[in-house]
Each structure stands twice: as structure tokens, then as C-alpha cells.
Design a protein. Structure first.
Length: 675
């Protein structure tokens, strides 16, 4: 082979023609580097197979068998579809292999040849079969027992990919940079890059495979963390945050306007914010903590701090109800200090919206609270200096940033509704500073959770009647269907409850109501004009009605655990015990019940977040939400949490000790962080 480097384009290899190059591009592979870092999806372990006689339908497994017979057939009605049927046996039974439209396989599966087969077992007309299984001619050699299985695109085969990658591994002389010095690698029990790449593709043993994987997982996390930390470092250097002279006792002054005492962690976050500003940094901070830990006050503190300096500040909330709640709760606070504050949502009358837009443009309004309407092109600020986003998970990356782009060097604070597992925070928010509010203001809140089968709903109604007779109010929540609220089912439930409990005043709330309607309903509920509020999941985000004591969640299995925890967080806010009642409709489904049981067993949002992550896996996290971080190729933030932690520590150390230029030269070609 010619002289090849990591940058050599794949077309330059003798075994890659134009067609193949195209197929490889479809997999995102352009040069040798890409190819070497295309990790196998899984492996075929030629040492492990089952007796054919012991196969069980639906299992995914391997067997070893000799070809007994083979036959090519056509499907009569669709004559262009042909299939090859091969019977293999190991003496304990017969397995049929079915391959569609690959007539050339006839020559490969010649009689008496022995094969290793891997696939899903099906039963067809009483016979065991596998459709399009993976196969490998069985050799009595001790080499290559563990074979890689790669992702493919049309025009590529496993055999071709294996040959190609093997040839590259044998011929390449310059490998990617070593990430850590020998001593560190030794301590972590990870080998060098050459060993890792060779063994991830063609492992010589299970132990080598594990070592190779550890190396590559660590490398991936390490480079990701370096990229995130570097981004943070350069951003903060470039930023020309306004250096304002904040009085020493700003927190005390703020405190003097509050009806309660700030908790220690609340004060700590406020101190962090002050320190950032004093340093001239542009704040980029995420605040997370348990539901009800009092994140709003911290957000308001930041708005207040900036607005007092004559600059504008904005608070973005995901729903009208939540935005209004913030506005109602804090309007007086700002007005008392002569800080003009306004509220903006899409549903306001045009004249009102214009009035606010003018006030924002002229700089007269200093604090603006609202929904997505804040992101509209039509809104121009005079001198926006801080953007606070509440319930950040309800916004996409682009949306979150849009508010920030309405000014220059805008400070940016994000409130996360739920506690975030460390691994997620590191992976997705690693470029931000993170503050945790780890303590609830009124001491540990108690919400007791129960599961009731739908047949026992009567008991739930009895329980609610009792609560109401004690002067307690609460919520009935009906589930969303595929992300959309199910308004019909909310209306039905509302009618049913009115019928079953005529003595109780009930209201209905859903997202399709006009703003004024919603507003009236929420006011009435706060004033205890209604003792039960039937609602879609609109109430999930941030609603704070301290007197609410119970929440009944219909078809609880349709909600994610984090969402259930949010809903549960709506009750027991005044210091009394709250009750959360889950009514799953699939009471007999084992997985669902296990999930819900695990939910009612813990009151910790951190634990729930961890469980959720384990159940849903990182795939979901990576796929659904856009985080601006490249997808992980090999690392798994659930399984490899420990390595992720170590990688962060090492990266922090390296960022301090090594110059930015060297880092960029060495690694950063490999990171593409675009958030
Ligand atoms: P979350 O962190 O879930 O957003 P909120 O900001 O809605 O929590 O706060 C929950 C409730 O606790 C609110 O009614 C708020 O006024 C109250 N609260 C916040 N901080 C304190 C405190 N230090 N002492 C007492 N009550 C507080
Ligand atoms: Mg909140």
C-alpha cells in the first residue's frame, strides 16, 4: 500500500472505487481517520454458539452448522423477488436460512461447508428459520474469533469493511495523538492508541477489547470536555461584560424586600452571579435544583441587579400561565423600587403589545417578563444586558439563544426545572458554569405518592372529597398524546368529576383556552373559588399555588418520570404533606409498573433523573433534544459515568496547564461544538 496518513481520502485507497467511496460517504466516512473511528456496532463471537436443537423462537443468537441443502426460489406473484433457502444442521436439529435477492450466495453456501450463523430465530410453518442472518465461514483457526459488525450502507458488505479497515490498520504509520502521558494511562489501565484501534476492530481477546473500549471512551469524553472547557475559556475572555460597581451588601438589600429569608444555597448562587459580573465576565450559568427549591428568586435577583444599573433585563418562560405567575408575584417588588416592569405574551391586544414594544425600544421599560413573544423579530431592546430562561428544557437551543442575541454581551442564566445528573450536565452543558440549589426553603417537603388501578378510581374520588372537606385543593391531570395535550379527555374528565362530586367546585384548564380565560381560571383557583382543577399537562411547568395538596394523574404511564416529578412538585408547597396519586391504565404491564414503583419509592429529583436516564438511555437524550454537542460515537453516559468524571478532571487540569494553541493543534480538529 501507498504511504497513507489519517487525512488520506478514502478514494485514494486501491480497494475503494468511485462507487464504494460514495457508499462510504453515506456513512459519513471521508478519510482514514473517519474509517478508523467507525466503531463496530457489535461483535460476532465465534466461540459462542447454541445447539440448533435448543433454539427458542424470538431469541437473537448464534449457531454453527453444516450446509445440508440449498434451493433458490421466486415469489410467484412478485417474480422479481427471489430468495435462497439454505438448510444447515449441527446434528441436534435443522435451521433454515432465508436470504432475499442475493442469488450469488448459492455459491458461497456449498454443501458440507460449515458456517457460523447469527440472527433472530423465527418459527415459520413449524420450522426454525432466520431471515438474512449474518454468516461467517467456520474455520478451525485460532485467529479472529471475535469479528466486528459495522454499520453499512448499500453497496457495502461486512466482509469488505473488515478487509478495508484491516488493511488500513496494517499500513498506517502515524496514529492520532496520544491523549495522556504513559504514567496516567498506566494508572487508568488504558493502553496506547495503536493498541486501542487495533483491538476495537479486531480484538484478540475479551480483555483486550475491554481495554481498547475504555481507552476510546475515555479519549472521546476527554476531547469533548476539552472542547467544552476551551469554549468556556475563550468566551469568557472575549466577553466585555459590563463591570458595574455592585454594592457590598446587594444581597442584603434584595433580602430586605422579601417576605422570607433566603436559603444558604440561594445566597451562594447570588454571590456567584455577583462575582461573575464584578470580574467583567459574561455570565453563562445554569441553575438547577429540586422542584420548589426557589430558583425563581435567584432569577429575579439577577434581573434586579442589572435593571438597577439602568440596563434592561428579560425573563423568558415557556407558558403563559407561568410567565403571568412570575409577573404577578414580582410586579410589586419592581414597582416599589421604581423599576418599570412589563409583561408580554402573543395573545395581548395589538395596541397593548405595541405600547410595550415602544417602551422596550425606548429603554423606558427595564424588566420584561413573557413567553415566546419575547423572541419575535418585532421586539427590539435598547440595551438588553441579561436574559434569563426559566424551564430551559422547554426551549430548543436556537430559541434559548435568540433572546440573548437581542443585545450585546448579554448575560445568560438558565433555570433547569429538574435536577440534572452530573453526567448529563458535563456532556451537554459542560461549557456553562453550573450552580445547584440543593436545599428546599421550608425544609424537606413531603409528598406521598400512591398507585391506584383504574378500577379503583372510586376510592380516589373519595380521597379527594375528604381532602376538599379539609379545605385542601388540588389538580386532576390528563395526559398528552404524542406530545400534544389531549383536550377532549380533559373535558370528559371535567364533566365526569362534576357529576361524581357535585358538592365540589371544579374548574377546567387547557392550552387552547384564550389567555383571559386561563387567567381567570388560575385566579379563581388561587382564591380557592375552585377546589379541584382539571388540567392538561400545561400545569406541569412551574405553577406555584402553595395551598394545593393533591394531584391525581390519569394514565400516569404516559408521562416520563421527570414530568411526573414536576407534576408532583406542584403540591405540598405550603409545608403540609402533599399527595400524588398515579392512575396507570396498564396496571398489569410489568415494565410500566416497575417504572412507576421506582418513582413512588423516592422523593429525590436527583434519583428520579438518574433512573430516567437509565431507563431511557442516552439515545433518547441525544436524539430528541438538540444540544449542540456532537453525538457520542462510543461513550455511554450511563454506563461510562466513571470514565466521564475522570475525563473531566483531567481536562480541567490540562486546560490550566497547556496553551490553547497546542490544544487546538493536537485535538480540536476532532471536536465540533457548535452551541
Ligand atoms: P422552583 O425552584 O421549583 O422554581 P419556586 O421558585 O417556584 O421553585 O419557589 C417555590 C416557592 O418557594 C415559591 O412560593 C417561593 O416564593 C418560595 N420560596 C423561595 N425561596 C424561599 C425561601 N428562601 N424561603 C421561603 N420560601 C421561599
Ligand atoms: Mg420554577
Amino acid at each position: 500500500m501507498m504511504n497513507i496518513t489519517l487525512e488520506t481520502p478514502l478514494e485514494a485507497l486501491p480497494s475503494v472505487g468511485e462507487k464504494r467511496a460514495k457508499s462510504l460517504k453515506k456513512l459519513g466516512l471521508n478519510n482514514l481517520f473517519d474509517l478508523l473511528f467507525l466503531f463496530p456496532r457489535r461483535y460476532l463471537d465465534l466461540r459462542n454458539f447454541k445447539k440448533i436443537g435448543a433454539l427458542v423462537p424470538d431469541e437473537f443468537t448464534s449457531v454453527k452448522g453444516k450446509v445440508m441443502a440449498r434451493e433458490e426460489q421466486r415469489i410467484p406473484v412478485r417474480s422479481r423477488v427471489s430468495y435462497l433457502k439454505v438448510a444447515v444442521s449441527d446434528g441436534s436439529g435443522v435451521l433454515f436460512l432465508v436470504f432475499f435477492n442475493q442469488p450469488y450466495l448459492k455459491d458461497i453456501f456449498s454443501i458440507d461447508k460449515e458456517f457460523f450463523i447469527n440472527g433472530r430465530v423465527e418459527v415459520f410453518k413449524g420450522r426454525m428459520q432466520m431471515i438474512n442472518p449474518l454468516y461467517e465461514e467456520y474455520r478451525q483457526v485460532k485467529k479472529d474469533w471475535i469479528l466486528p459488525v459495522y454499520p453499512l450502507s448499500s453497496g457495502l458488505t461486512q466482509k469488505y469493511m473488515r478487509k478495508l479497515i484491516k488493511a488500513v490498520l496494517e499500513n498506517i504509520e502515524v496514529y492520532p495523538h496520544e491523549i495522556l502521558p504513559l504514567g496516567d494511562r498506566h494508572n487508568l489501565n488504558i493502553p496506547n492508541i495503536k493498541f486501542a484501534l487495533k483491538n476495537i476492530h479486531f480484538p484478540m481477546s475479551d480483555i483486550n477489547l475491554e481495554k481498547a473500549r475504555n481507552y476510546l471512551v475515555f479519549r472521546e469524553f476527554f476531547i469533548l470536555q476539552l472542547g467544552l472547557l476551551l469554549k468556556k475559556k475563550t468566551e469568557q475572555k472575549q466577553g466585555k461584560g459590563i463591570i458595574v460597581d455592585i454594592e457590598k451588601d446587594a444581597i442584603k438589600v434584595f433580602q430586605s424586600y422579601l417576605p422570607f429569608n433566603l436559603t444558604a444555597p440561594q445566597k451562594k448562587v447570588m454571590e456567584d452571579i455577583i462575582a461573575d459580573i464584578k470580574e467583567g465576565k459574561i455570565i453563562s450559568r445554569m441553575v438547577h435544583g429540586e422542584v420548589g427549591s426557589g430558583k425563581t428568586v435567584v432569577a429575579v435577583f439577577a434581573l434586579w441587579l442589572i435593571a438597577r444599573q439602568g440596563y434592561q433585563s428579560a425573563l423568558l418562560a415557556p407558558t403563559e400561565i407561568l410567565a403571568e405567575q412570575h409577573y404577578i408575584n414580582w410586579q410589586k417588588f419592581f414597582l416599589e423600587q421604581n423599576i418599570p416592569v412589563a409583561f408580554l405574551i402573543g395573545q395581548l391586544p395589538e395596541a397593548e403589545k405595541n405600547r410595550i414594544r415602544n417602551g422596550i425600544k425606548s429603554g423606558e421599560i427595564k424588566v420584561l417578563v413573557g413567553t415566546h413573544a419575547l423572541l419575535s423579530e418585532a421586539l427590539e431592546f435598547k440595551n438588553l444586558k441579561i436574559s434569563v430562561v426559566d424551564e430551559l428544557h422547554k426551549f430548543g437551543v436556537k430559541q434559548r439563544e435568540r433572546l440573548r442575541e437581542k443585545g450585546e454581551d448579554v448575560h445568560y442564566i438558565m433555570m433547569s426545572a429538574t435536577p440534572i445528573p452530573r453526567s448529563v450536565a458535563l456532556t451537554f452543558y459542560g461549557a456553562l458554569d453550573v450552580s445547584v440549589i440543593g436545599e428546599l426553603p421550608k425544609g424537606k417537603r413531603q409528598v406521598i405518592s400512591y398507585i391506584f388501578p383504574v378500577e379503583e378510581k372510586d376510592k380516589v374520588y373519595e380521597f379527594v372529597k375528604y381532602q376538599v372537606s379539609q379545605g385542601k385543593q388540588g389538580y386532576f391531570v390528563t395526559p398528552a398524546i404524542e406530545g400534544n395535550e389531549n383536550i377532549e379527555s380533559a373535558i370528559k374528565e371535567y364533566e365526569r368529576i362534576k357529576e361524581i362530586m357535585p358538592e365540589i367546585s371544579v374548574s377546567l384548564l387547557h392550552g387552547r383556552m384564550s389567555y383571559t380565560e386561563k387567567d381567570e381560571i388560575m385566579k379563581g383557583f388561587r382564591e380557592k373559588k375552585a377546589m379541584a382543577l382539571v388540567a392538561t399537562s400545561v400545569i406541569e411547568s412551574g405553577i406555584d399555588v402553595p395551598e394545593a395538596a393533591y394531584v391525581v394523574i390519569e394514565q400516569a404511564e404516559r408521562f416520563g418520570l421527570a414530568q411526573l416529578h414536576q407534576l408532583r412538585g406542584r403540591v405540598g408547597r405550603a409545608g403540609d404533606v402533599g399527595y400524588c396519586i398515579l392512575i396507570p391504565y396498564s396496571f398489569t404491564d410489568k415494565d410500566i409498573m416497575e417504572r412507576l414503583e421506582s418513582f413512588i419509592k423516592t422523593e429525590s429529583g436527583f434519583e428520579i433523573a438518574e433512573i430516567d436516564l437509565k431507563i431511557r438511555g442516552q439515545g433518547d437524550l441525544l436524539g430528541v433534544r438538540q444540544h449542540g454537542v456532537p453525538p457520542l460515537r462510543i461513550g455511554n453516559i450511563v454506563k461510562d459515568m466513571e470514565l466521564l468524571g475522570i475525563a473531566r478532571e483531567k481536562a480541567e487540569k490540562v486546560i490550566k496547564e497547556v496553551s490553547v494553541d497546542i490544544l487546538k493543534e493536537k485535538f480540536l480538529k476532532e471536536v465540533f461544538i457548535n452551541e
